[in-house]
Design a protein around this ligand. Structure first.
Ligand SMILES: [Zn+2]
Length: 247
């Protein structure tokens, strides 16, 4: 734990952020954040608000944000003010591993602002060593409380993996999704992208496998998860409705 804290401080120095002592919530700042939230205006994440957020609350914040997005009741934000407020340090409450798809912008679909969430995006939202490093930075160094792996419907990368597409660097990249294709059974008549139900089953499995790999391949994140300091969750975004379904 001590070496983790030391590493965390080193990470923060490298990132140009503020070196933190153990976070102690400041009641005044929290009260201000609550008041702003109650008025429908968004509060910018601070060291205090991040420290006071549990993994379960972080998940609920994303659920609530998608509900606001679906209801057309997104919070008011002065984004430039948030830029200025976060310029000297960031305290996001979650990190989201999602696809690059242009229809799945996480800040919008979860109604979040500048400095609220880390985004790790790669076509097909899979895990590799570099992405694991990014998630470790977000949680172990920068204090995020939740990892959300989110897939989406109509995913071109998943379809490409289903069809074994051969195309430049894409061939190698899609190999990361093929284990999900292989793991889906029960669609023996048509295992191609023309079978929408098969494609969606692969997308779902791909999220589940990514969640499992995070724990299998990152001792740091598994340790934080086991201690309850972070949570790892999965979700699916529907590009036709804007709805996020949590697993
Ligand atoms: Zn996609």
């Amino acid at each position: 734990m001590e070496h983790l804290e030391k590493n965390r401080r080193g990470f923060l120095r490298a990132a140009g952020g503020t070196v933190l002592a153990a976070g102690v919530a400041a009641p005044a700042a929290l009260a201000t954040a609550s008041a702003q939230a109650a008025e429908g205006a968004a509060a910018t994440q601070t060291r205090e608000s991040q420290a006071a957020t549990t993994p379960q609350q972080a998940l609920q914040m994303l659920k609530d944000g998608n509900a606001r997005f679906l209801a057309g009741k997104m919070r008011q934000r002065d984004l430039l003010q948030q830029v200025k407020a976060t310029g000297d340090g960031q305290f996001p409450f979650a990190v989201i591993l999602g696809c690059i798809d242009s229809r799945a912008p996480n800040e919008w679909i979860f109604d979040q602002g500048v400095g609220d969430i880390f985004n790790a995006r790669i076509a097909g939202n899979f895990i590799n060593d570099d992405l694991l490093g990014s998630l470790e930075f977000a949680c172990a160094a920068a204090g995020a409380k939740l990892i959300l792996v989110i897939g989406h419907t109509e995913c071109g990368a998943v379809k490409g993996a289903c069809d074994d597409i051969i195309l430049g660097n894409l061939t190698h990249m899609l190999a990361n999704i093929r284990p999900a294709v292989a793991a889906v059974t029960g669609f023996e008549s048509d295992r191609t992208s023309s079978n929408a139900a098969f494609v969606q089953a692969v997308a779902n499995k791909n999220v589940v496998l990514a969640m499992a790999r995070i724990r299998e391949r990152s001792a740091i994140l598994r340790d934080l998860d086991d201690k309850g300091e972070i949570a790892i969750a999965g979700a699916m975004y529907d590009v036709r409705t804007g709805q996020v379904t949590f697993m």
